[in-house]
Design a protein around this ligand. Structure first.
Ligand code: GLU
Length: 499
């Protein structure tokens, strides 16, 4: 086998969603597994809907997921340009060639004529395909009418045999020739159509394997006919199954956020998303293994293991995978990634303006709270009481109110407050533990009745992370210069008792 060359060919008409991201990933993995080339081509011939900002975002999303391209915008390569809007001259030359060779013809039929044909076919229960009327025009007449300024589309002469291709996921696929009819290559506006430009580009860019969504299966016979008309080799095809939501309908916004940008905003790690996407329609040989860091995916990925049955997108499973990678993530990177959420909450200064001790403290905070979240954007909610301690709200909460109402709770809080007030130094975890033992001995209260009131007084809630971790976090936090002052243990108790 020569060098494998694959491409990802998105249209920059919106955000990159999981379906296309998986297509990109399978292409990328296939190329990297075989030491081939991964090409990025921007299909922006739909000028009304294509936008530069979408192109930029999509490239950023690919880079974020760790997919680099060997040829494409920003990288160049032997087949530049890689934006279809910059290749219109190339398509024109190829159209001239097909017309000259008699493989394509000018079609002067008007919209009304074509609609009339369609209506009649429908009435006669025939397939609604173009009759091929303009095929019969002589070369001279065709050239004369074009020269006279009459508008025309260019159509391909579909050969007189069924159109077949081999699909690596689905096996042999065959379309009877009469279901295809003579497809338009260039509209009367002069704009070439998707099936045409994609084929010209795939051929000129020497693409060996076309891996894409199965919504393009019905386009493939037309593309095969275009390869044949030019006398080009037909590449291998692999059409990936549709991604469904939990209700087994095609995955869409209705099922939740599915753009790569939104996953990123939620605090899904790129390695978690990539690992999850890889499993949507592919599985490693002989196993139930699910955790695959990127390099291991490259090793394990085989196109033969891609399944033809639709994959169901499971948000819970993605969250589970993210939890796994959050646990694996080193403290420094985690701080980097989680930081912006805390700036947004108004609790931390901008990252580059923060002192080293703030950074170290924040890493410790994350070690406490990250294990209990699926997504990084949930961390501020969990850590809210560190920065924003509201005794009134805590007292009002029903379960808290019931716990605090008991006589034992009052005794515990009074004894605890006395210890805190008698102690000038910052308190450490060992000291705190000693106090709790003393309060227990003095009041005779133990277990939940002992710990819950103190926890409410310090955190606003009767459950949460261990005191051993929280006490140093409060004490050290209170010594830092932060946009929102973190209350020390003592400040918390005072504030709680005052309200
Ligand atoms: N621009 C097309 C799309 O985004 C590419 C299809 C293909 O890979 O051929 O659907």
């Amino acid at each position: 086998m020569g060098t494998i060359r694959v491409r990802f060919a998105p249209s920059p008409t919106g955000l990159l969603h999981v379906g296309n991201a998986r297509t990109a990933l399978y292409n990328w993995l296939f190329a990297r597994h075989h030491g081939g080339k991964f090409i990025l081509r921007i299909e922006d011939t739909d000028v009304d809907r294509s936008e530069v900002r979408h192109e930029a975002q999509l490239m950023e999303d690919l880079r974020w997921m760790g997919m680099d391209w060997d040829e494409g915008p920003g990288v160049f390569g032997p087949h530049a340009p890689y934006r279809q809007s910059e290749r219109l001259g190339i398509y024109r030359e190829h159209t001239d060639r097909l017309l000259t060779e008699g493989k394509a013809y000018r079609c002067f039929c008007t919209t009304e004529e074509l609609e009339g044909e369609r209506a009649q076919a429908m009435a006669e229960h025939r397939p609604q395909v173009y009759s091929g009327r303009c095929r019969a025009l002589g070369a001279e007449e065709s050239a004369r009418r074009a020269a006279a300024g009459e508008a025309f589309a260019v159509r391909l002469k579909i050969p007189d045999h069924p159109l077949r291709f081999h699909d690596l996921v689905r096996g042999d696929v065959e379309f009877p020739q009469e279901t295809v009819s003579d497809p338009i290559l260039v509209r009367s506006s002069g704009m070439p159509v998707y099936n045409y430009v994609v084929t010209v580009d795939d051929a000129l860019m020497e693409i060996t394997h076309v891996i894409r969504g199965d919504d393009h299966i019905s386009n493939t016979p037309k593309q095969v006919a275009i390869y044949e008309a030019f006398g080009w080799n037909v590449p291998e095809f692999a059409h990936l199954s549709t991604i469904l939501g939990s209700d087994r309908e095609r995955l869409s916004k209705r099922h939740g956020a599915t753009s790569i940008a939104s996953f990123r905003e939620m605090g899904i790690l790129p390695e978690a998303l990539v690992n999850y996407l890889a499993l949507l329609g592919w599985g490693a040989e002989g196993g139930t293994r699910e955790i695959f860091p990127l390099e291991e995916l490259v090793d394990a990925f085989k196109l033969e293991r891609v399944t033809a049955s639709p994959a169901v997108f499971d948000f819970e499973k993605l969250n589970w995978m993210n939890r796994h990678y959050l646990r694996e993530c080193d403290a420094d990177r985690l701080a980097e990634l989680a930081w912006p959420y805390f700036v947004q909450a108004g609790w931390l200064p901008e990252q580059d303006a923060a002192a080293a001790d703030v950074r170290a403290w924040f890493e410790r905070l994350l070690a406490i709270f990250v294990p209990s979240v699926d997504l990084l954007d949930q961390v501020p909610g969990k850590a809210r009481f560190v920065f924003d301690f509201d005794p009134l709200r805590a007292r009002d909460e029903e379960e808290n109110a019931a716990l605090l109402a008991s006589e034992n709770a009052q005794k515990v809080l009074a004894a605890f407050a006395a210890k805190v007030r008698a102690h000038a130094e910052p308190v450490d975890a060992a000291q705190f533990k000693a106090w709790m033992n003393e309060v227990k001995a003095e009041t005779g209260v133990k277990g939940k009745e002992l710990f819950h009131p103190v926890r409410i007084a310090l955190t606003g809630s009767h459950s949460g992370p261990e005191f051993d971790k929280l006490v140093p976090l409060f004490e050290e936090g209170s010594a830092l210069a932060l946009p929102k002052h973190v209350l020390s243990v003592r400040e918390r108790v005072e504030k709680f008792l005052a309200e």
